[in-house]
Ligand binder design. Structure first.
Ligand SMILES: [Zn+2]
Length: 79
């Protein structure tokens, strides 16, 4: 059996608390600045395992990012 070369695991720091619960704000399509934090450079919405957002706010974030994309406030694809 071939020995698989192990790559060192990259450490991803995941915030323990939800950003929206902490700040006591709701994700809104018109507030682009907090939404941009959870969108990657490629324009993808980051996963809950990466951004530490609770399930309720992740659902609302997803729909508000999609709404903002439709209104051309956020890009569908990054550079
Ligand atoms: Zn939350």
């Amino acid at each position: 059996m071939a020995v698989r070369k192990k790559f060192p695991k990259r450490k991803i720091t995941v915030p323990k608390t939800c950003y929206f619960c902490k700040e006591k704000v709701e994700p809104k399509y018109s507030d682009i600045v907090p939404l941009q934090k959870f969108v990657s450079s490629q324009g993808k919405i980051t996963a809950r395992s990466r951004n530490g957002i609770c399930a309720k706010h992740q659902r609302r974030l997803t729909s508000s990012v999609k709404h903002a994309r439709h209104l051309a406030l956020l890009p569908f694809v990054g550079q």
